[in-house]
Design a protein around this ligand. Sequence first.
Ligand code: MIC
Ligand code: SF4
Length: 851
Amino acid sequence: MVFDIDMIKALYAAMPGRISKARKMAGKPLTLSEKILYAHLHTDQKLENFGRGESYVDFAPDRVAMQDATAQMALLQFMSAGKAQVAVPSTVHCDHLITAKNGAGEDLAFAKNENKEVFDFLGSVSNKYGIGFWKPGAGIIHQVILENYAFPGGLMIGTDSHTVNAGGLGMIAIGVGGADACDVMAGLAWELKMPKLIGVNLIGKLSGWTSSKDIILKVAGILTVKGGTNAILEYFGPGADSLSCTGKGTICNMGAEIGATTSLFCYDQKMAEYLKGTNRADVAAEADKVAAHLRGDKEVYESPSNYFDEVIEINLSELEPHINGPFTPDLAWPISKFAQAVKDNGWPRYFEVGLIGSCTNSSYEDITRSASIARFAIKKKLKAKTEFTITPGSEMVRYTTQRDGLLQEFEKIGGLILANACGPCIGQWARHRKNTEPKNSILTSYNRNFAKRNDGDPNTHSFVASPEIVTAMVLSGDLCFNPLTDSLKNENGEDIKLEEPQGIEMPLKGFAVKDAGFQAPAKDGSSVNVIVSPSSDRLQLLAPFAAWEGLDLKGLKLLIKAKGKCTTDHISMAGPWLKFRGHLDNISNNMLIGALNFFNEKTDNVKNQLTGSYDSVPKVQRAYKAQNIGSIVVGDENYGEGSSREHAAMEPRHLGVRAILVKSFARIHETNLKKQGMLALTFANKEDYNKIKEDDSFNIVGLTSFSPDKPLTLVINHSDGSKDSITVNHTYNKNQIAWFKAGSALNAMGNVKAAAASAAASKKIAITKKKAAPKKVAAEKVVKPVAKRSVKKIIKKIAKAVKKVLAKKTVKKAAKPVKKSSAKKAIKKSVKKMVKKVVAKKKVAKTGKKR
Ligand code: MIC
Ligand code: SF4
């Protein structure tokens, strides 16, 4: 089935014209990234030569994707936007809430029951608002998107950082927080800082043990976890064209691990084949017609350094398989150097579990390559020496690989097939450990390996490799085994050298599936009821955050000075906490519990400045909140790295943290903080991090004149009475400052609606009194770009517009001035009412009753 083909056709029809205008304006050949971005400018966005890494630009994405763990918050926000239907094609995928324990069948049945309330909620919201719903068991969001929705040249956003996976089909696909998704589903523009462009020239050809995964493991080593921040990685070159479409997906998927905004490949033969193989020949035929526009201009690839901000070249013929880790995905080791690294660092050499699959690596090609190793092992009397799990990415892949006898090969060497879901990749893993040594290792083909991510245990050293390397390594159980050079002893004591893996990109008999797990939404969802029980501990309707009080912030306490890596997994842990993703107050009890306190090197143990005693982070923060005292969180580099989960921003906001001050931010997290009305600040001088002491309190000065490009001042009051005054930077534009002032982007959207409504009301007064409708009341004009302006400005503009109209009418019809002033009064009254409403919201939040 081809979804949304008309939307794709309409985009392709408009693309050539838009690209040629953009090329003319820029006066130079364009990269593929630029072509797609310029072809998706929002209708209110003026075409100009946007500064890369500088200009904020409004885009109109083609579609939105959400997974169950983030969709709950996204949809709770969408429900308050007051729309009848989503404005762009959107989907929800149930994949994160399934715990891996005993294998696919049992685990799925258990999860459906355990999460019934949440799945029912997501199913009914989707049904009501026109959103496609993929049931639990249907597969992992990114695999399902690649198989069904991704298309070359498209622009999509998704509430998951690995949305970028769709770059494998030539799409610009970007991970965002739920608030961004909510805006786009509500029909608003989506704002993004024009990314920088990194070109990756792939030359040579992969062979033997090396696979696409090794390309991205290598790139991660080169660029590190923050090297891709605010940049798109565009892959090109002869090596790129030779990679399978799903292999390209793997590379783009893990672009999230280097902080890249997204990664993508040009449309090519491999993509066309994949589209056809997944029943989308229509899309391939449409893409073929505009193929020239689905790659960068040829001059770009002839002299890439003239068009990209940075160019990397990788020779695939020389690339070795890699193993990255532990604890960070950018610690890259070519396999020939890995054994020594294990010994030198004292990492636990004998690993306990090998895990393959996930959204990163569960294509038909991945499975055939890994299964070929298992098949050889069976023949040579070798078995897995560790536990071994396999996670198919989708029901279609599971069904097809089962039909073709591939999953059975894994079972024969001791593998366990897990549900088509995230499972151990996101800590949904009831791990059974035999070994009692706390320090242990695991090896996965997933993408992230932060401390505690897979099993909640900080002693687990998680390493990342390709699925074929993981499969080979489980036959040995030894991290120092190199399948390229070493032999294994089989059951008969013979030395066996493994053969190189063999795979095929697409099933020879074609993909098949009985029930893919899709539920189409109701044509008219107006009568569908969405139920959220007030006594639920899983779901909670959202109350608005308080608006800014209009003053500088004073007397803020230090909540925590986090040391070193502080990813979203440290800020809002997943695993067992995933079940509270729809309940802000409950999930807030995990706030920052994984972050390392700089002062005592402990996690979840910070000083309560009111009592002098140490307690868990959420408890200390709740104590401050109870006293109406704000606080501040201080962090290190790349704060908020990893996931798109906006809970990492909403929890501190909900519990009364006022600012996050760090050396640098990861992109999605910084935007999430802004969207939720939080102050996201960076040290102008990174050394000032060292000035922060445990008993400090702070004033943030300059908020009353908060404006773009103007730093703020942080006054640090030390407990000995001394003070430091430091400069702190921010990247807020006007629009984002309006979010801060309103309390959140959602509040700003609400204020805008209220402003528009009050303008309409004023208009009505004027019209009924004068009997003739003004030709074009400016209030209507104001409605579109509203989210972009501060509330004050909007109100002023509306008042001015109404005044102008009235003035005209007065002259024309010689109406009495009394009428004009009565309309003015009405405007004033509605403005006052709005201000009152905002203050009231603030009071509710202060008493802590609702939030
Ligand atoms: C992840 O891989 O970290 C997740 C779980 O998929 C997250 C989303 C989430 O936290 O729900 C992501 O990558 O954005
Ligand atoms: Fe799921 Fe893991 Fe992929 Fe995130 S990275 S979507 S948790 S499989």
